[in-house]
Design a binder for this molecule. Structure first.
Ligand code: ADP
Length: 785
């Protein structure tokens, strides 16, 4: 307890203060408005300018009585007074010492109090370690307080640095900092210096704690605000730059457009989320960024795909038959099987089950059948050719990381179709190849598999598209090169070639009217005779289908249309005689049978991807050393089959009336003309053998006879494929008699009756039977010459 006070009793006027506390040593001005306070002020000026300032316990009380202010206040000296407009007075006061009220002398017209003025002489204070320590503590407190509270200037620290009086130090510090009224009063009422420092330390510590918490909260809030502000600021800046460059509007307009579209079309949830994410990325981008283009392309795809668009499927077998008949001549069994297929699909009501595969030579109407099926089911039609597709990415697309990447052809085709349930035609599935860039066949398997294709994911889109409603149909020229796992999934329907008569009918009923219409010609303007069409079939085309036939008819129509216009003709007539004026000179020598029976020339029948063909096999022998030469682009299997034939001849030379040593003294040259078409397969075996035997034995072969069949070393004749196409080709050439392997007998059912009537078929088991029919009999030779 340090007490060096020498209290003096005084009588002073009193002013109750509202909301402020005044400490000794403090200089401050405040306004005085209340009548009583002004009276007190005036009285103090009359005396010695001293006045007691006590803080009102409740600042809201307008007319306080003697119990409404604290009993300890500050004795102050009034230094200046300034009358303010409106009657109130601004005073400048300096606090001097503490004053404790002993008695209240009067309350009117102003408060007058009897006090104990607590004055002391600091010089009398003796050095005291506790006080020293307490003083240091509060100075440290103040430093920390100032560091946390920016409202208090650090200059305060300078102004207190030379204060030695501990009581004064506490008062000065208290006057600089912002404390609650009660805390101020506590300090004021602490007369003992040590106690006062202690109270101040306690209050300051509490304040510091509060400030720290405040600071923490502030920091947190600031951080959030900072982030938000920064983004806002940067975006604003970006917008300003974009505006300056005149681009802002375009991009943000587009963004709005995308948003609208996304809301309008019903996308799966996952796709919508993805789209919105991309839009969000777009909004943050400068229109100059190269990626803007990439994202836009992506969004364009997302909004244009038929995620939820479907055409209403109609399955009406009767109507389907009508449409198929309307578009196609003949093809009865093909149509029948297609209708069965559709009917079963309707009954099982599912897309599961095999995929239809139409197999046949080009131009026989596979694509157009598929189109008719689409029309009859009320599905949109798209077609994608698989010819030469060797890269998996063509099917599945490239990831977006590639510059200029795009979806694969499946998704592109779906977009083109415009509905998620089109009829999707995969053309030339047999031409699919695979290499180091992945296996397109396995990607295709996934597409065709109803278990997997509900979530077909294109690399570019990166979101699944449901292909399960798509009706897939495939086409191929042959089944032999279709990857086995794909072939397993398919139901094969063969569409074989047409006879000349069928081609003629197709031309007259379908191709010609179609081309006339396309060229804007009326029926009477161009008249093409049947003879002209037959001529086109025989001399300008060589095909199983009608594609080139149609092309030639289109050529004629174009030229005729030109003449109609240019020469103002009412009718242009085309017949076999003037055909060359329109189509140029004949392209093919019509495969007519030779005029005479020939030695060493046999008619074979081949079956290629483009249909059946006749092959005339020529053999010449010459003196030599037993060399065997094969020419005409023959494949390995065909060569081996030729060698097998020759071995058979060597083994049976005596029976065949051929010199035993022929293979030592003769060179044999086997040639198959029309060298540009590669030929392979074993089915020319018996034909080659027959031609060689004819050459070696000098016996002619019947000119109007053709044959097909594989030969074994022992002379057995084995069955071969493509009988219908081969027979049609033979018919086209004018052959009268065809030798077929015995085991192919059942294939004769497929041959149109009209053809059957005009030809003779002989089923053979052995080579000697072949020769019996093929080699010209002695009596016939004579007849011939
Ligand atoms: P593919 O797909 O088998 O190669 P397309 O379907 O392209 O053959 O047919 C070629 C042209 O021949 C088309 O114009 C088609 O309409 C026509 N065509 C083919 N077969 C017939 C047919 N039986 N009846 C009518 N037109 C046909």
């Amino acid at each position: 307890m340090v007490n060096i006070y020498k209290p003096e009793n005084k009588t002073l006027p009193l002013i109750p203060l509202r909301g402020i506390s005044i400490f000794p040593h403090m200089v401050i001005h405040f306004d005085v408005g209340r009548e009583k306070s002004i009276e007190a002020l005036e009285q103090s000026m009359i005396d010695d300018s001293l006045i007691l300032l006590c803080t009102q316990i409740n600042p809201k009380v307008d007319e306080p009585d003697k119990n409404d202010f604290y009993q300890v206040g500050t004795v102050a000296k009034v230094k200046q007074m300034l009358k303010l407009p409106g009657g109130s007075i601004r005073v400048l006061v300096e606090g001097i010492s503490r004053g404790r009220i002993i008695d209240v002398n009067q309350e009117e017209p102003y408060f007058e109090v009897e006090i104990e003025d607590m004055i002391y002489d600091p010089e009398e204070l003796e050095p005291n370690q506790d006080l020293e320590a307490a003083m240091r503590l509060v100075v440290e407190d103040l430093e920390e307080y100032i560091s946390l509270n920016t409202k208090v200037s650090s200059e305060v620290l300078v102004s207190i640095s030379d204060i030695d009086d501990p009581g004064r130090l506490a008062d000065v510090i208290s006057s600089y900092i912002f404390l609650k009224q009660e805390d101020n009063q506590k300090i004021l009422e602490a007369f003992d210096f040590y106690e006062r420092l202690e109270v101040l330390h306690g209050i300051l510590q509490k304040e510091i704690e509060l400030l720290k918490i405040e600071d923490k909260i502030n920091q947190r809030v600031k951080k959030q605000i900072n982030k938000v502000q920064k983004e806002y600021y940067l975006k604003e800046q970006l917008k300003a730059i974009q505006k300056e460059l005149g681009e802002e509007d375009e991009l943000s307009e587009d963004i709005e457009e995308y948003k609208e579209k996304i809301e309008k079309i019903k996308m799966p949830k996952e796709v919508k989320e993805k789209a919105l994410k991309e839009i969000d990325r777009l909004t943050k981008m400068s229109p100059h960024s190269a990626e803007v283009g990439v994202i836009r392309t992506y969004l364009d795809w997302l909004v244009e795909l038929p995620w939820n668009k479907e055409t209403k499927e109609k399955v009406d077998i009767k109507k389907a038959r009508e449409i198929l008949d309307e578009d196609h001549y003949g093809l009865e069994d093909v149509k029948e099987r297609i209708l069965e297929f559709i009917a079963i699909r309707k009954l099982t009501n599912s897309m599961k089950g095999p995929i239809l595969c139409l197999v046949g030579p080009p131009g026989v109407g596979k694509t157009s059948i598929a189109k008719s099926i689409a029309r009859s089911l009320n599905r949109n039609f798209v077609r994608m050719s698989l010819g030469g597709v060797r890269d998996e990415a063509e099917i599945r697309g490239h990831r977006r990381t590639y510059v200029g990447s795009m979806p694969g052809r499946i998704i592109s085709s779906i977009k083109k179709a415009g509905s998620k349930n089109p009829l999707f035609l995969f053309d030339e599935i047999d031409k699919l190849s695979s290499d180091f860039r992945g296996d397109p066949a396995s990607a295709l398997l996934e597409v065709l598999d109803p278990e997997q294709n509900t979530t077909f994911t294109d690399h570019f889109l990166d979101v699944p598209f449901d292909l399960s409603k798509v009706f897939f149909i495939t086409t191929a020229n042959t089944t032999s090169s279709i990857p086995a796992p794909l072939l397993d999934r398919m139901e094969v329907i063969r569409v074989s070639g047409y006879t000349d008569e069928e081609k003629l009918q197709i031309s007259l009923r379908y191709l010609l009217p179609k081309q006339m219409k396309e060229h804007g010609l009326k029926n009477e303007q161009v008249i093409i005779s049947q003879s002209a069409i037959k001529s086109i079939i025989n001399y300008y085309t060589r095909e199983a289908g009608v594609r080139n036939l149609e092309r030639n008819i289109a050529n004629i129509c174009r030229k005729a249309a030109k003449r109609v216009v240019e020469e103002n003709l009412s009718t242009v007539r085309i017949n076999a005689g003037n055909l060359e004026n329109y189509l140029g000179s004949k392209k093919y020598r019509f495969d007519e049978v030779e005029a005479k029976n020939q030695i060493g020339v046999a008619n074979g029948l081949a079956w290629t991807a483009v249909g059946g063909e006749t092959l005339s096999i020529e053999v010449t022998t010459m003196k030599g050393t037993g060399k065997i030469q094969l020419t005409g682009k023959l494949g390995d299997v065909m060569k081996e089959s030729a060698m097998a034939g020759i071995s058979y001849i060597r083994a049976n030379s005596s029976m065949l009336n051929i010199e035993e040593d022929f293979y030592k003294e003769m060179d044999i040259h086997i040639h198959v003309p029309e060298g540009a078409i590669p030929k392979d397969g074993p089915s020319a075996g018996i034909t080659i053998a027959t031609a060689v035997i004819s050459a070696l034995s000098n016996t002619p072969i019947y000119r109007d006879l053709a044959m097909t069949g594989e030969i074994t070393l022992r002379g057995r004749v084995l069955p071969v494929g493509g009988i219908k196409e081969k027979v049609l080709a033979a018919h086209r050439m004018g052959i009268k008699k065809v030798l077929l392997p015995n085991d192919n007998g059942k294939d004769l059912d497929e041959i149109p009756d009209r053809v059957k009537k005009k030809m003779e078929f002989v089923l053979v088991k052995r080579m000697d039977e072949v020769l019996k029919h093929a080699l010209v009999k002695k009596e016939d030779i004579n007849e011939d010459h």
